[in-house]
Write a protein that binds this ligand. Sequence first.
Ligand SMILES: [Zn+2]
Ligand SMILES: [Zn+2]
Ligand SMILES: [Zn+2]
Length: 325
Amino acid sequence: MVTELRLDPLSGRWAAIRPQRADRPDAFVDRTPWPTEQRSNCPFCKEHANDEQVLAETSEDNNWTARVVANRYPAFDTDEPFVVFNKGPVFTEATAGGTHEVVVFSPDHDKSFAELTNSEVADVMSLLKERLTAHAATKNLRYTQVIINAGREAGASVEHPHGQLLGISFVPRELAEEQGQFSRFVAGCLLCVALDAETASGRRTVLDSTHALVVAPYWSSVPYEMLVLPRNHGTHVHNEAPETLTGIGLAIRDCLAALKRTVGNVAYNVVLHSAPYNHGEPFHWHVHLWPKATTRAGFEMGTGVSINVMPPEVAAEQLRANLEV
Ligand SMILES: [Zn+2]
Ligand SMILES: [Zn+2]
Ligand SMILES: [Zn+2]
């Protein structure tokens, strides 16, 4: 059997599609359970709601339904600009200011993004738009990375479902790489073309809605990887209309629910890529869903080439069958 290499046009990296032999045991593992103290000491539950609140959606009885709080242990803070110092032939350092916020999806400790109601998804997406608009207008913030880490294997340190916004004073390498790939692609917008090509093929479609096409991308580097493509070509998340953002949020929710029905309670990362604040075209914002069903091992780290045992065509078929829209 020849291993098939497929090029990821966003990252420029190869993925090796190497289906598992059918008789091999299931290699996908559920996330590890949390220690019980997590629940009683949860900083995001209603009864422990003392964190510095940045912004909230509230219900009629004035309780919050979703809210943004400052991270107690920020990875970045201060409004320092990005300034590089050369301290020796191989010692380059830079000051990096920024801001680190947490979006708590619901006061309910057990309600994951996949379980939010339509109006709860709309609330979360509206908070996101408002905070990103504020970040865009903040001096020295050049990019905000929006993520959801779900499960300890995916890097979560708190069980209560939440997302994070890391506003930083520099454009990180992954974004710069993607921007470069958009610039080098000459046949139009890279992701508008991908959207058309995947629609025409249909083989990797997971969800097809008014606002989004979700596919198991052709170049999937991990089993059940998904790419959420907004149908509307836009560079920045915070410039999108509220109904577009809600539509994308609902697509993410439904695909995460399908993932759980398909492979069980695996950990995952959701990664949103929007153009850096001072840049625009060519870019098409999008969302990566990366399940953590397998471990990134030495070969992947040494080569940047990932070996994917689940062909995206098969993954899409299974996910599609488990989608309840
Ligand atoms: Zn909680
Ligand atoms: Zn586009
Ligand atoms: Zn991306």
